[in-house]
Design a binder for this molecule. Structure first.
Ligand code: NDP
Ligand SMILES: O=C(O)C1=N[C@H](C(=O)O)C[C@H](O)C1
Length: 225
């Protein structure tokens, strides 16, 4: 397959490396080559199976609009753009295809499922802590917001605070804590490197290349990889 990776930063560069290791053709664009989604034209996308975006929230929205308008497929790992989710889902259901996820690590997908199970426990107060590198632009992390949404789905209206920490080059730690008067339960995922995110994104791009137009959340499809 041929993938076009948008963003040559910490994660995008690893996505390109892993896609190449898995035998795919890879092209990559940085901000100077794709400012305002300027590179995302029909000639650039001709022959590309899936575009993969690890840029910024503002750029990702511009990139999704351009890719979907041309009827192409895009995997979006970038976080912080979810105020535009309904718009992007509706565009992708008509033309192209979109797969998005706050976290492409399979370990975190398991954490999501375990959190849904834990959140069914009565008599506990839930809280979330996330720790990332100090160049991260969004807070709370997309993953922490997903964890909060999962707990709210089980316990509507409950107070679930998120604490964000920014430390050195921390790759991404998420802790879900359930506190009662008699005990404390914790679920913790700590990324040792960015490889889990990048590998998940490449596998998602391989999967999306074979799908019909539509909008897909990585949480709903990772079992199919
Ligand atoms: N879903 C997941 O599993 C994961 C999600 N993420 C998310 O991915 C995003 C990127 O993270 P990370 O790699 O750490 O960030 P980086 O800042 O290291 O990389 C982002 C890169 O994208 C570049 N860029 C900005 N706009 C464009 C554009 N229009 N076209 C091409 N490149 C562009 C930036 O350039 P410049 O710096 O010059 O602006 C930068 O080099 C974040 O939102 C992060 O939260 C990260 C890891 C896992
Ligand atoms: O910016 C990051 O680095 C990460 N961002 C994602 C998020 O916001 O949850 C996923 C992962 O934790 C790494």
């Amino acid at each position: 397959m041929l993938f076009l990776v948008l963003g040559k930063g910490k994660t995008g560069s690893l996505v390109a490396e892993i896609a190449h290791e898995r035998g795919h053709g890879v092209r990559a664009l940085d901000i100077n080559e794709n400012r305002g989604a300027s590179a995302l034209t029909a000639p650039t996308l001709a022959g590309v199976d899936t575009v993969i975006d690890f840029t910024s929230a503002e750029a990702a929205v511009q990139n999704m609009r351009a890719v979907l308008a041309l009827g192409s497929r895009i995997v979006v790992g970038t976080t912080g753009w979810y105020a535009h989710l309904d718009e992007m889902r509706s565009k992708a259901q008509k033309r192209g295809a979109l797969l998005y996820g706050t976290n492409f690590s399979i370990g975190v997908q398991k954490l999501f499922r375990l959190t849904a199970e834990l959140a069914r426990l009565d008599g506990y107060q839930f809280s979330i802590s996330e720790t990332h590198h100090n160049t991260k632009l969004d807070a709370p992390s997309g993953t922490a917001l997903t964890l909060q949404e999962i707990i709210h789905a089980a316990r509507p209206g409950s107070y679930v605070p998120i604490t964000s920490h920014r430390v050195g080059d921390a790759k991404g730690e998420h802790i879900v804590t359930a506190n009662s008067d008699i005990d404390v339960l914790e679920l913790r995922h700590d990324a040792a490197s960015r490889r889990g995110f990048a590998l998940g994104a490449v596998r998602a791009a391989e999967w999306l290349a074979k799908q019909q137009p539509g909008a897909y959340d990585f949480r709903d499809i990772f079992d199919q990889l």
